[in-house]
Design a protein around this ligand. Sequence first.
Ligand code: ADE
Length: 243
Amino acid sequence: PAPIAILSALAEEQAGLIEVLESPRRVEHAGRTFWCGRLCGQPVVLALSRIGKVAAATTATALIAHFGVGRIVFTGVAGGVGAGVQVGDVVVGTSYVQHDMDASPLFPRYEVPLYGQAVFAGEVALCAALQSATGQALAGTLHQGRAPAVHCGLIASGDRFVNGASEVAALVGALTAAGHTPLAVEMEGAAVAQVCADYGVPFAAVRTISDRADDSAHLDFSQFVNEVASIYARNIIHVLLSS
Ligand code: ADE
């Protein structure tokens, strides 16, 4: 079978997966390191997206065109902007929009020119499998005394670390006015979703909420990635691949 790609944003998140990779083989391509091998007996390719839409699109393209992966799953962190989306919660992205795409007045705001759409959907079966794996992997887990909620919905991506309450209000307000209310913001998902749509490759992402995209969004970021997000990601991928 075609391998499944596990794309992570940060090395800290990937580290836990490399540790348990069976028959690991390191491949350098496009200035990046890819890890081929097996997880839970299934062929996988582990890759780092790096940060931002272009870097993520390049990585996704390499995974599909060079490594021949059949599906891409993204694990990472995101800023929570939806009502009730709290730090420690998890968002499964069922659809993706680029919040910094604006070719108006030539095209409606947010629409990706010549695609005729602003929103790219995650693949239904893969999203459902990821949602179920997340629920199982996090059962019984507490983050600061609270059971993490699993949300499913729209993720907004752009080349900007969002870190201000007024910035969130403007971003969410404008997206909502166009009919796209996001649960979370990050910097890669919508780019990978667009590449996957081009190639007809199923895609889904799971993002642990590291911050509320407000003035303190950057604080404790690396600690959160190391101590919470990387462990969630490893457990979720383990359940996903063994079910
Ligand atoms: N990833 C995690 N938190 C984020 C934020 N506040 N903005 C953009 N990407 C993020």
